[in-house]
Design a protein around this ligand. Sequence first.
Ligand code: ZN
Length: 118
Amino acid sequence: MEASKLNYYKEILEDRKKQIFKNIHNVSDELAQLSECELNDEGDHVATITHSVVDNILARRQVQELKEINRALNKIASKKYGTCEMCGVDIGSQRLGVKPHALYCIDCREIAEKTEDI
Ligand SMILES: [Zn+2]
């Protein structure tokens, strides 16, 4: 991949990383506030728990995405960005445009998703 393209994706990935750090920070702030609140009745309690579970899933997804972004950034540094980690083919700019931190081509992504535990 050309250096100008690598830089372009690098900027997108760095921006996304900052956004995720902000999101995770907001979520943990919210959770901290919730746990400090007095819970008056069952209804509030359930709402709070549901809210926390949703936040946890979101936070976990973001942490997972963060890992993939870091890996993609490493691949940019070693000039391997844009190739599938499993089969080595070009991931393709169309897919990278949608998901710049993609580590696998579409075919391998399906296999990877089945073997991942989340
Ligand atoms: Zn592949």
